[in-house]
Design a protein around this ligand. Structure first.
Ligand code: ADP
Ligand code: MG
Length: 357
C-alpha cells in the first residue's frame, strides 16, 4: 500500500486556490520528486503532508492512517529545508541528538543512534564541532542526519540542495540518492531544477498552478512529455507549428512543417487540416551541410551561432521562415560533418519528434 496518500487535497490562501484537488500516492521506499516553477504550490504540498498547514478539503493518509486532523508532531514525517537552521551554539552531536532528547528517548540509546546517523552522512569524525566550523555541504549533511535520526517513515526535502554551489550540489545529489537507498525511507523531494529532478528520482510529479501536469519516470517525463508545458519546462525544446496534410497509417502522418513537407510519427487522432505542435529536442536533430547544386531535403536554414560545449557542439539555425532552431550535436573531432561554419546553409532532419495538438 502507498505510504503517503493525498486525496482530493485543496488549499486556498486569501481566497486564492493554491492547491486544487490534488491526488497523489507515494510508494514505500520511493524517491519521489515534485518539480515545478516557483510559486506553483510545492512547499504548500509538503506543509500539508507535514501538518504545518491544514487542508481546506481532502485527506492526508500516512501509512494507511488518516492524519488530516493530526498535529505535525504526531505524524511520522520529518522535513529538511533549504536553510538548514542548525543550532549554532550546539555541537554537531547535540544538533542531531536534540530531537531524540525532546522525544525523551532513553539516554543510553541516544549516543549510538546519533553516531549511526552521523556515520550515514560521513560526519562521525565531526561530532564535536560547531556548525560554523563546517562547510555548507557538511552543514546540510548534519541537517539530513538530524532529520533521519528518529527513523521517520517519510522524509520531506524542500529545495534542500538549492543553496549549495553547483559542484557541491552535484555531489550531494548522488550522496542523497545513495543515502535514501541505504535507509529505505520514502523521500519526497521538492525542486524547481529539472536536471536535479531527472538525475535523482524514481518518479517525478510535474506541477503547475497547484495541479499535476504529468506523473512519470524521469525518462517518460523527458522523452514523452504530456503537453507543451512539461516539454518546455524539462530541458531545451524546439516547437514548430505544423498542419497535417495526409494520414499515412495509424502511426505516421505527412505534415507541412514551417512551409515544407515532413514525415512525422504521430499516434494522436489527428485529421487532415488539423494544426499540431511538433516538439523536437536539440539532440535529436541532425544538420547536413548543403552546398551549391545539392538537392535539399528537410527544413532549410543557415547556421547563425555555434558554441563548443565539450561534449556537444550547439548551433542555432535560422530557418528560411525566420524561426530559430536549437541543435545539439555530439562532438567528435574525427567527424568532419560536425563543424559547421557560420552562415553555412544546412538541412535539418530529425531522428525523433513527437506531436501535441
Ligand atoms: P513553491 O514552493 O512552489 O514556490 P508555495 O507553495 O510556496 O510555492 O506557494 C504557492 C503560492 O501560495 C504562492 O503564490 C504563495 O505566495 C502562496 N502562499 C504560500 N503560503 C502562503 C501563506 N501562508 N499565506 C498566503 N499565501 C501563501
Ligand atoms: Mg517552495
Amino acid at each position: 500500500a502507498p505510504v503517503v496518500q493525498l486525496k482530493g487535497l485543496s488549499k486556498s490562501f486569501d481566497g486564492k486556490q493554491i492547491i486544487a484537488g490534488l491526488d497523489l500516492n507515494v510508494n514505500d521506499g520511493e524517491f519521489l520528486t515534485i518539480l515545478g516553477p516557483s510559486g506553483c504550490g510545492k512547499t504548500t504540498v509538503l506543509r500539508l503532508i507535514a501538518g504545518f498547514e491544514n487542508a481546506d478539503e481532502g485527506q492526508v493518509v500516512l501509512a494507511g492512517k488518516d492524519v488530516t486532523y493530526i498535529p505535525a508532531e504526531h505524524r511520522n514525517v520529518n522535513t529538511v529545508f533549504q536553510s538548514y537552521a542548525l543550532f549554532p551554539h550546539m555541537t554537531v552531536f547535540e544538533n542531531v541528538a536534540f530531537g531524540l532528547r525532546m522525544q525523551k528517548v532513553a539516554a543510553n540509546e541516544i549516543e549510538p543512534r546519533v553516531l549511526e546517523a552521523l556515520r550515514m552522512v560521513q560526519l562521525d569524525q565531526f561530532a564535536q564541532r560547531k556548525p560554523h566550523q563546517l562547510s555548507g555541504g557538511q552543514q546540510q549533511r548534519v541537517a539530513i542526519a538530524r532529520a533521519v535520526v528518529n527513523k521517520p517513515k517519510v522524509l520531506l526535502l524542500d529545495e534542500s540542495l538549492s543553496a549549495l554551489d553547483y559542484k557541491l550540489r552535484k555531489q550531494m545529489q548522488i550522496e542523497l540518492k545513495q543515502l535514501q537507498r541505504k535507509l529505505g525511507i520514502t523521500f519526497i523531494f521538492v525542486t524547481h531544477d529539472q536536471e536535479e529532478a531527472l538525475s535523482m528520482s524514481d518518479r517525478i510529479i510535474v506541477m503547475r498552478s497547484g495541479k499535476v501536469e504529468q506523473d512519470g519516470s524521469p525518462r517518460e517525463i523527458y522523452e514523452e512529455p504530456a503537453n507543451l508545458f512539461v516539454a518546455r519546462f524539462i530541458g531545451e525544446i524546439n516547437v514548430f507549428d505544423a498542419v497535417v496534410t495526409e494520414r499515412l497509417d495509424d502511426k505516421r502522418i505527412m505534415a507541412n512543417v514551417e512551409g515544407r513537407p515532413a514525415l512525422l510519427h504521430c499516434d494522436l487522432p489527428v485529421m487532415v487540416g488539423d494544426s499540431v505542435k511538433v516538439l523536437l529536442r536539440p539532440e535529436d536533430i541532425r544538420l547536413e551541410e548543403i552546398n551549391n547544386g545539392d538537392e535539399a531535403k528537410g527544413l532549410i536554414g543557415y547556421v547563425r551561432d555555434r558554441t563548443y560545449k565539450g561534449m556537444t557542439l550547439d548551433s542555432v539555425v535560422e530557418l528560411e521562415s525566420g524561426t530559430s532552431v536549437m541543435v545539439s550535436e555530439f562532438f567528435n573531432e574525427d567527424d568532419p560533418d560536425v563543424d559547421h561554419s557560420l552562415d553555412q546553409k544546412v538541412a535539418i532532419t530529425w531522428v525523433d519528434s513527437w506531436e501535441v495538438v
